[in-house]
Design a protein around this ligand. Structure first.
Ligand SMILES: *Cc1c(COP(=O)(O)O)cnc(C)c1O
Length: 400
């Protein structure tokens, strides 16, 4: 675990040092005011309580600072994939309602129960294991039952739902579980106008009815992700689960006014002039068509800069966008700076909100034939995180 990361600015340059690890070569600046803005925007646009989905280290932004900011700006719940993530929130002193949703059927749920973490269950096996842990701990587990309404991922199939809710009711009467929520997840997570949405809400409503008929009284029904929270009112129910929108990526092809939270910076480590016909980077997939200046940037696919974007990707450098030349390597890539006046140590913006002309994470996702979620969560552990905004902690390590 990192601690006491030091940051400072020299001549407007962001620098960051982790003791014993030297100066970080590439840095993600996280604007917590953007996270705050996005939380409020999703809350107001949906008119529904918001679960801030902070799994995968807050989509690469740092789970704890993002969670604190979202909670301070209207989020009511936190969502994570796994119990260790939930416990990390608790260790940071965050007591807000938290749901964890992917578990083995034979886990010991005791630590999660003692930390008052709500648990999702998609099968009788999972529910029974949660109930056994609760009985051992002398506690009542708060459970959200998950129904598979079409994604065919987590969630009980319709054919097993009756058995699951019947078992749940029996365990409620035993006092070991309380079914607080019923939930599901959408198939077309970035297309809230897909016809499958109506089919899923119908199946979801049916599942809730069956649960109520079995005697359960779930207070919190939740189905929507960011896209649906913003654009599909029929999916909102009692709570919406916002992930990508929280981080400022517009989840469908229109603007709701979200603000990108992450800007990825680096500084050039070497600049050289090369003649026409110079092959650049591994395998010489790029050969210079003219005499040009090459700038070396110390960030590569180990830092989450996708190699698949080689040949298409651009960065912001010396006042305009410039192409990456040749293959992105593990730790470095080369920018063709033309005849620009690029110097050692010059700032490079790999992606950001786009307000200065720099590429956005959405463009990077397109260049790499993936989605922004994969780019953001892929930003590596070696990349420093620096927090700005009124909620920013003084230190910049991810755990702060
Ligand atoms: C990751 C995740 C979300 C967040 O989805 P976004 O499209 O990023 O808003 C919501 N629900 C579940 C179950 C998830 O796994």
């Amino acid at each position: 675990m990192r601690s006491s990361t030091e940051t400072w600015e020299t001549n407007g340059e962001r620098r960051c040092r982790i003791p014993g690890e030297g100066i970080i070569l590439c840095q993600a600046q996280i604007d917590l005011d953007a996270v705050a803005w996005n939380t409020e925007l999703i809350r107001n646009t949906s008119g529904t309580a918001v679960m801030a989905v902070v799994k995968a280290d807050g989509f690469g932004h740092g789970m704890i600072p993002v969670a604190r900011t979202a909670l301070a700006h209207g989020a009511a719940w936190l969502g994570v994939t796994s119990i260790p993530e939930a416990l990390e929130l608790r260790e940071a002193g965050i007591t807000a309602p938290t749901l964890s949703w992917v578990h083995h059927h034979d886990e010991d749920f005791g630590s999660a129960l003692r930390a008052e973490v709500d648990l999702s269950a998609s099968s009788v096996e999972h529910l029974s294991a949660i109930a056994e842990s609760a009985a051992r701990a002398g506690m009542t587990a708060q459970v959200h039952l998950k129904i598979d309404t079409g994604l065919s991922r987590n969630g009980a199939s319709a054919g097993h739902w009756h058995e699951l809710v019947t078992k749940a009711r029996r365990l409620e009467l035993d006092g070991v579980v309380r079914i607080r929520g019923i939930w599901s997840h959408l198939v077309h997570s970035s297309d809230p106008r897909s016809p499958s949405l109506l089919r899923q809400t119908h199946l979801f409503d049916d599942a809730v009815t069956i649960a109520r008929d079995a005697g359960l009284t779930p207070r919190i029904r939740h189905l929507a992700n960011s896209a649906a929270a913003l654009a599909a009112s029929a999916t909102r129910y009692d709570l919406v689960r916002a992930g990508i929108g929280l981080y400022g990526v517009e989840p469908i092809g229109e603007s709701f006014g979200l603000r990108a939270a992450m800007t990825l910076y680096a500084r050039t480590v070497l600049v050289k002039d090369v003649p026409t016909g110079t092959g650049v980077s591994y395998d010489h997939t790029h050969v210079t068509a003219r005499q040009t200046r090459l700038a070396l940037v110390p960030a590569g696919y180990a830092d989450g800069i996708p190699r698949a974007a080689s040949g298409r990707a651009e960065v912001w450098m010396a006042g305009r966008r410039r192409s990456i030349a040749g293959l992105i390597a593990m730790d470095q890539f080369v920018v063709d700076a033309g005849d620009a006046d690029v110097a050692l140590g010059d700032e490079v913006i790999i992606f950001g909100p786009g307000t200065r002309g720099e590429p956005t994470v959405l463009e990077w996702a397109d260049w790499a034939s993936t989605i922004p979620h994969e780019i953001l969560t892929g930003i590596g552990g070696r990349v420093g995180r620096r927090y700005i905004g009124s909620a920013a902690p003084h230190t910049t390590n991810k755990e702060s």
